[in-house]
Ligand binder design. Structure first.
Ligand SMILES: Nc1ncnc2c1ncn2[C@@H]1O[C@H](COP(=O)(O)OP(=O)(O)OP(=O)(O)O)[C@@H](O)[C@H]1O
Ligand SMILES: O=P(O)(O)OC[C@H]1O[C@](O)(CO)[C@@H](O)[C@@H]1O
Ligand SMILES: [Mg+2]
Length: 518
């Protein structure tokens, strides 16, 4: 039961080892990646593991040391680490329509769809021959192979809660994302399959915990039956309110749907519950269209966002192709990571210039974007640019403004590019007709497509299985196509970025044909 948790006001999580802005919203001059000139934290190389132990590779034992440290970091926090809890046979079985009543093992024996607690999946599956291989992620200079196993997700034979007494809460935080309602729905359906009858929705993110007018929303199969047919969040989302002063709620399980910021908040709650030895399972479900969460193949909503962006890109293409010297310009979301813009550009196949936050670019001069646009207008007669909202911030006047969660408010690179392109072509006396489309919120508010709906089903159900297995401070995700549980502490260590030396970025450059704008 969470009960009253008195957290320090404004308590924020920062990754201990690396005084980086990540985890503490907004930029932080102490950040190892703080750029004093642009006054921003810009990690233009691949997300580095901020917490790899300092290994002495001359020591023949280094692999053992790495393995021990890895196993420590990726072991899943469990209720029994801090309180005496006894397991009981699970009530979850797909053999019966209702949760297993008699759990003397006889019924269980007839259904064996359980995951063994010792099942593991490999976190990394490529053996790189050299650190210079594209996208190489090596531990030592020789790229030695070290098996990195993480826990497999799914229902266990033993559970640590009496379902009929459980009160479970669901909360959705941060920006909207296609599939939020699918995950809420699957969490409710799975909880009921275990026999939980007391399920509540917390309204409007973490604010719902302490704004009295935001009452709990009772949830059951009937209430959530069709919520997946609409985008948005049935419970509402919010930013801010991270200084969770009081969670005066009796909850035994809390399912937290959100991005990297939300997960940092969820981990704060988990750590406080653990410190107070409360029998509460806090389980995250990674949510963001930006796909900027470490270690995950992708987050739910990302595929749908890429698909929804196609309509805007295609419209910009049609406008540019039909105009005289038409230049289509589309700005997509991606505050610090360019995954949406890169994948949307790749899938459309119509983009000539793709600009992402991880790869700085010059506008003017022989290698600049404007020079390349001149070339495209001369040779093709039209051009199409797709830019991530977090790209090119070095060209804009930075304000120190932040959103309610402390995330930096970005300068509008879309408007800036629009103005610069028009001014440039006017200056060189060449006609241009710039068509600017900003579909950002349209992309985010749609309902999940089929593939994301399935991913949401997997993640929502696995979140409940993880809570009943007694884990807490974990999140559930897809690693190398396998369903795993990961400690939230590992997932919030850094933002996930596009690796400028990755094969996917190289594929994007091959597809657009753009040069290096440096
Ligand atoms: N370091 C932190 N510690 C505690 N709470 C946090 C922290 N960072 C963010 N939060 C809280 O988590 C909630 C969501 O955070 P945020 O607005 O950053 O969105 P997010 O989860 O990163 O999702 P997205 O980036 O996709 O919108 C907010 O209520 C915010 O106050
Ligand atoms: O809803 P808000 O506060 O405008 O958030 C916009 C941000 O949320 C995100 O969609 C992440 O969820 C970013 O891509 C974008 O910058
Ligand atoms: Mg975020």
């Amino acid at each position: 039961m969470i009960g009253n948790i008195n957290l320090k006001n404004g308590s924020k999580i920062t990754s201990q080892k690396d005084p980086c802005c990540f985890g503490v919203p907004g930029c932080n001059p102490r950040c190892v990646r703080y750029n004093k000139k642009s006054r921003t934290c810009r990690l233009v190389t691949r997300a580095i593991s901020v917490d790899r132990p300092q290994l002495d590779f001359s020591n023949s034992d280094w692999k053992k040391q790495f393995q021990e440290d890895f196993d420590r970091r990726f072991s899943l926090p469990h209720l029994k680490d801090v309180i005496d809890v006894e397991p009981r046979p699970t009530t979850f079985s797909l053999k019966s329509r209702t949760p297993l009543e008699n759990v003397n093992g006889s019924m269980q024996g007839s259904w064996n769809g359980y995951v063994n607690d010792d099942d593991r999946a490999l976190l990394k599956v490529i053996k790189f021959a050299s650190p210079t291989s594209a996208g190489a992620d090596c531990i030592d200079p020789d790229c030695s192979w070290v098996e990195q196993w993480v826990h497999r997700a799914g229902p266990r034979k033993q559970i640590y809660f009496e379902p009929q007494y459980v009160k479970a809460g669901i909360v959705t935080c941060g920006g909207l994302c296609p599939g939020l309602n699918d995950v809420i729905r699957q969490i409710v359906l799975t909880l009921e399959k275990y026999g939980v009858k007391n399920i509540v929705g917390i309204q409007h993110g973490f604010r719902g915990f302490f704004e009295d007018h935001l009452a709990e929303v009772p949830l059951n199969r009937q209430v959530v039956q069709n919520i997946n047919l609409a985008g948005g969040s049935f419970l509402g989302v919010s930013r801010g309110g991270a200084n969770i002063s009081d969670i005066a709620r009796r909850l035994d399980m809390l399912f937290v749907l959100g991005g990297n910021g939300t997960h940092a908040g969820a981990n704060l709650i988990h750590e406080e519950c653990r410190k107070r030895k409360l029998k509460v399972s806090i389980v995250g479900v990674p949510k963001t269209i930006d796909n900027d969460i470490l270690l995950m193949d992708k987050t739910f909503g990302f595929d749908t966002a890429v698909e929804a962006a196609q309509r805007a890109i295609n419209s910009a293409y049609i406008e540019a192709h039909s105009a005289f010297h038409g230049i289509g310009l589309v700005k997509l979301m991606g505050r610090s990571s360019g995954f949406i813009t890169m994948h949307a550009s790749l899938s459309s196949g119509q983009v000539d210039i793709c600009l992402i936050p991880e790869v700085p670019f010059t506008l003017d001069g022989p290698n600049g974007v404007l020079q390349h646009l001149e070339h495209l207008i001369e040779t093709k007669g039209f051009a199409l640019i797709c830019v991530a909202e977090g790209a090119g911030q070095e060209h804009l006047q930075q304000s120190n403004a932040t959103d309610a969660s402390g995330n930096m408010i970005l300068g509008d690179i879309g408007v800036h590019l629009h103005q610069k392109i028009k001014a440039h072509f006017k200056e060189i006396g060449v006609h241009s007709d710039v068509k600017y489309i900003d579909p950002t919120y349209m992309v985010r508010a749609v309902r999940a497509n089929a593939s994301d709906a399935i991913l949401c089903t997997v993640l929502g159900q696995n979140a409940v299985h993880g809570a009943f297995a007694g884990f807490s401070g974990i999140t559930t995700g897809i690693c190398n196509t396998h369903n795993v549980y990961l400690p939230i502490s590992e997932v919030i260590k850094s933002t996930r970025f596009v690796d400028p030396n990755s094969r996917m970025w190289h594929r994007c450059l091959t597809s657009t044909g753009q040069p290096d704008f440096h």
